[in-house]
Design a protein around this ligand. Structure first.
Ligand code: ADP
Length: 634
């Protein structure tokens, strides 16, 4: 090949090379650039040839470029290679892999430099992107809120982030000396090792589970662990990345929750046992009660009957359910009760003592007394009634018998009173006649009969008079019971004055000193009150002692009644007679005492009791007596 041919050949290489080629003279000026370089930098030839190589070099790389070029041109080095940045015509950066070689002149010294520039901008950009990405991930790794570590195939810790160091309390270097097994809680080691093996064998690519680590201070750290296997160049599992979240708080909360639920369960169990015990207790109680226990729902339908139903009404409790109150009664009884039942149910209040008449399955009557209370649920809503029925059949029968007996007694009493009145009235007629005949006989025989005969006659006359007095008393008494009770507004002071006036002669004779309180006005028959005062004051005069007689008529007012008293300083009454003297014909047996009929006090008692009052006496023998009687205010 001739020199021209060689030159042509290199010119061809220069022009058509895929890399940029640049020739620079000793003054750093660009003296030649190939087409590829012009395209790479975006200059046209003329423009580029006006510039030094430093003009197209990035300011940050000028110093290095200059140093290299100086050394090359000084012949200190024959070539150099480095990566540098060029400035394109549009100001953008071109990364070039630059190999510069010095061209020696005839004197053997460099006369120019040839730089071969490969465009590595894309490579540089992707390197940068890689670096950025790596930095990004490192940032994430370092600053993650969760712990992250990287383990090798043997479980040795290769990398660890700040969060995990803080979580475990180790320094980075300390952790690098340890395997993950050593920082795992003994109870979780087997499971952790197994999962690492599974990852490393390629059986699985990731794992997630909860486990316990041991901190440097020995305390336990609960974590949620997500492990992922990273494959190496050979596509075999090489590393494991673990992302570790501290779940101690959650675990603690779970533990507390578990503790509380266990406690709650215990309480529920205990309460259930208590409830079932109390239910059993109540069931035993209900089933052994002699009363029938029942429950109604809010619609008034029976929902429960205790077993006592069978004994009381002859029905099985289940057969009696599903109907309303009252159960097993006649239509008439049902009608009688319907209003009461309705008003109780709408009042939703407790009720007591409703008496009902039922028909036993075998047909006989059963009387029940029902009481109940409303039932409300936990929200306070009315859900029915609960109560008991008591068998009052015997009481009812006894009451009925008593009513009948009272009726009979009243009738026979009335008959007796009628009889007593008629007898006393009719007996008086012949008695009065006998008395008159005896008086005539006494007058006719006064001078002819011996003393003994006169004595007998006088005794007979006295007995007739006494019997007449008794019959009159009896008549007065009977008249009293046969007349209706009248409630006249009566001034007691007037009645007392009338009684004293009627007793005038005996008062004067006895020289009695009579005092009285101011008396009230009551509703009573005036003449009957006069009779009471007259009997009591008359008795005080009759049964007096030898000393001067003092009688006081008093009255005290209580909330509901007036209590009258007639007191004397007379002979008094012996205790056994205190009650008996109020009975008809009862007298203190002392034949030497004053005569009487024994009717006065029973008459007083009859009157007082007809007006709803009471009568009694306090007495001390030899000191006197106080007779009390009460009359209601209304
Ligand atoms: P009578 O006075 O006609 O016997 P009463 O029924 O009035 O009948 O009295 C019954 C009895 O009570 C009297 O017989 C008398 O023994 C006794 N008695 C009544 N009042 C007094 C009195 N003030 N002091 C003592 N005894 C009395």
């Amino acid at each position: 090949m001739t020199t021209d041919d060689v030159e042509k050949y290199y010119k061809g290489v220069f022009d058509n090379a895929g890399v940029g080629i640049l020739a620079i003279n000793l003054e750093d000026r660009i003296i030649e650039a190939n087409q590829a370089l012009l395209i790479m930098l975006g200059y046209d030839k003329a423009d580029l040839y006006k510039r030094s190589f430093l003009d197209i070099t990035h300011p940050d790389d000028r110093e290095t470029s200059c140093r290299n070029m100086t050394a090359l041109m000084a012949g200190e080095i024959s070539s150099y290679r480095f990566e540098k940045r060029y400035l394109r015509n549009d100001g953008s950066i071109l990364w070039g892999d630059v190999s510069t070689t010095g061209i020696l002149g005839e004197n053997g010294k460099p006369i120019q430099a040839i730089a071969v520039i490969a465009d590595i901008t894309k490579l540089k950009e992707s390197e940068q992107a890689l670096r950025d990405r790596e930095e990004h991930y490192r940032g994430v790794f370092d600053n993650a809120g969760v712990g992250i570590d990287v383990l090798d195939r043997d479980g040795k810790i290769m990398q660890v982030n700040k969060a995990l160091l803080e979580m475990l309390g180790y320094q980075e270097q300390e952790l690098f000396q340890l395997t993950f097994t050593e920082i795992t809680h003994p109870d979780d080691r087997e499971m952790s090792n197994r999962s690492l093996e599974t990852l490393m064998s390629g059986e699985k690519s990731s794992y997630r589970f909860e486990k316990r680590y041991l901190r440097k201070d020995g305390s336990v750290l609960w974590v949620d662990l997500s492990t992922t296997c990273i494959r190496g160049q050979d596509n075999r599992p090489a590393k494991v990345v673990a992302v570790i979240a501290d779940i101690s708080k959650r675990k603690q909360a779970e533990e507390e929750l578990r503790h509380y639920s266990e406690r709650l369960e215990e309480m529920v169990e205990q309460r259930t046992a208590e409830l079932s015990e109390s239910e059993n207790r109540f069931r035993d109680l209900v089933e052994s009660m002699s009363d029938l226990v029942w429950e109604l729902d809010q619609n008034g339908i029976f929902k429960y009957f205790s077993p006592r139903m069978k004994d009381l009404l002859g029905y099985e409790p289940e057969d009696a359910l599903g109907a309303t109150f009252p159960r097993f009664v006649s239509r008439k009884e049902e009608e009688r009760l319907s209003g009461t039942v309705k008003s109780i149910f709408s009042s939703r209040k407790p009720f007591r003592g409703i008496e009902t008449k039922h028909i036993h399955k075998d047909g006989h009557n059963v009387f029940l007394e029902t009481s109940g209370v409303p039932i409300v649920n936990s929200k306070g809503e009315f859900i029915g009634y609960r109560g008991v029925c008591r068998d009052i059949t015997e009481r009812k029968q006894a009451e009925e018998a008593l009513r009948q007996r009272t009726k009979d007694l009243e009738r026979s009493n009335k008959d007796l009173e009628q009889f007593a009145y008629v007898a006393a009235h009719d007996l008086r007629e012949p008695l009065v006649a006998i008395g008159a005949y005896l008086k005539v006989l006494e007058r006719l025989t006064r001078n002819t009969l011996a003393d003994a005969g006169n004595n007998c006659l006088s005794k007979a006359i006295n007995l007739v008079l006494r019997m007449d007095a008794m019959l009159q008393g009896l008549l007065a008494y009977s008249r009293l019971t046969l007349t209706p009770v009248s409630y006249d507004v009566t001034d007691c002071n007037t009645c007392l004055a009338d009684a004293l006036s009627n007793l005038g002669p005996s008062i004067r004779k006895s020289e009695a000193i009579i005092t009285n309180d101011t008396l009230p006005t009551v509703k009573i028959s005036g003449p009957q009150l006069v009779l009471i005062f007259q009997n009591l004051i008359g008795n005080a005069i009759k049964y007096r002692e030898s000393e001067p007689l003092r009688i006081h008529i008093g009255c005290i007012s209580t909330e509901s009644e007036y209590e009258f008293s007639v007191s004397d300083n007379g002979i008094g009454i012996e205790p056994p007679y205190l009650d008996r003297i109020f009975n008809m014909f009862e007298r203190v047996k002392d034949l030497s005492g004053p005569s009487g009929t024994g009717i006065g006090l029973s008459t007083c008692k009859k009157i007082v009791e007809r007006y709803g009052g009471r009568i009694w006496v306090d007495s001390t023998v030899g000191k006197g007596s106080t007779f009390h009687f009460t009359l209601p205010k209304e």
